[in-house]
Design a protein around this ligand. Structure first.
Ligand SMILES: *[C@@H]1O[C@H](CO)[C@@H](O)[C@H](O)[C@H]1NC(C)=O
Ligand SMILES: *[C@@H]1O[C@H](CO)[C@@H](O)[C@H](O)[C@H]1NC(C)=O
Ligand SMILES: *[C@@H]1O[C@H](CO)[C@@H](O)[C@H](O)[C@H]1NC(C)=O
Ligand SMILES: *[C@@H]1O[C@H](CO)[C@@H](O)[C@H](O)[C@H]1NC(C)=O
Length: 230
């Protein structure tokens, strides 16, 4: 199915046309067509989702990395939409609340400062499902480094949802003390993402150890290999 899913990504991103023509025996006279907010890059990522293997309910998850959300104080944080499949009417998609919160703040030298920066983080740039598990990432999520004079670094972050979006866990492996370009400060975790067959999460972090030049190519496929949720 992942071959199909990739084909769909192309179809959605470039053409926004028919769902299922190639991979499913679907009524081509009534294609499922989805649309999202203007300027939200709706369709940048897409995957099928089947919450319960015993039931024949199918949905399509569609990323819109520049969508506005209900998160207070966040501009264009990005979102993933849950869309009924086949599409039913013009309003078959709704935003999944992976994260409802504002930026976290920290008090440094008596001053309140951002610990993270969720505006323009491109959440929903990548989305993948594995049974009832869903991962979606914000590769341009920045956080404040742990030094006294904190800087913003694009470490990236991902959220995993289980049990049909009733529980969420954040997973941001590059948000550590190994900051700066020569560390994992520019990692952009979640730039690519997938699950292995047995459900382990695999994240691409192309920006890690940037200044090591030739190693960058190898590190483009630098994978972290941990289950986020057991
Ligand atoms: C998000 O909201 C901001 C501020 O309200 C607005 O300027 C921007 O156009 C909105 N973006 C999208 C994609 O709707
Ligand atoms: C469309 O949605 C309505 C209400 O949500 C539902 O009753 C109906 O069965 C759906 N139709 C199809 C073809 O799924
Ligand atoms: C799963 O979550 C979606 C999105 O919130 C919701 O529309 C759907 O009804 C849920 N399905 C079940 C079986 O709870
Ligand atoms: C990936 O995870 C598996 C199972 O936990 C482990 O055996 C393997 O050594 C890990 N590979 C890397 C590169 O970390």
């Amino acid at each position: 199915m992942s071959g199909c899913a990739r084909l769909y990504q192309v179809l959605f991103a470039l053409l926004s046309v028919l769902v299922g023509v190639t991979c499913f025996n679907l009524d081509i006279e009534k294609p499922s067509v989805y649309s999202g907010p203007e300027g939200s890059y709706f369709g940048y990522s897409v995957d099928f989702y089947r919450p319960n293997p015993d039931k024949n309910v199918m949905a399509v998850l569609i990323g819109a990395p520049k969508a506005n959300t209900t998160q207070p104080g966040i501009v264009e944080g990005g979102a993933v939409y849950y869309c009924a499949w086949p599409a039913n009417d013009t309003d078959s998609c709704r935003q999944i609340p992976f994260d409802r919160t504002n930026n976290r703040m920290v008090k440094t030298n008596g001053e309140r400062q951002n610990l993270d920066f969720k505006s323009h983080q491109w959440f929903g740039a990548t989305v993948r499902t594995h049974g009832g598990k869903v991962v979606a990432c914000a590769p341009l999520y920045h956080w404040r480094t742990v030094r006294e004079l904190g800087e913003m670094e694009p470490v990236g972050t991902c959220y995993v949802a289980i049990q049909n979006f009733s529980a969420f866990a954040e997973y941001s492996p590059c948000r550590n003390t190994n900051s700066d370009p020569e560390g994992q400060g520019f990692c952009q975790a979640g730039f690519s993402v997938d699950f292995t067959k047995d459900g382990a999460l695999v994240l691409g972090g192309p920006g890690s150890f940037y200044w090591q030049g030739t190693e960058q190519h190898i590190l483009n496929t630098h994978l972290s290999n941990q289950s986020a949720v057991s």
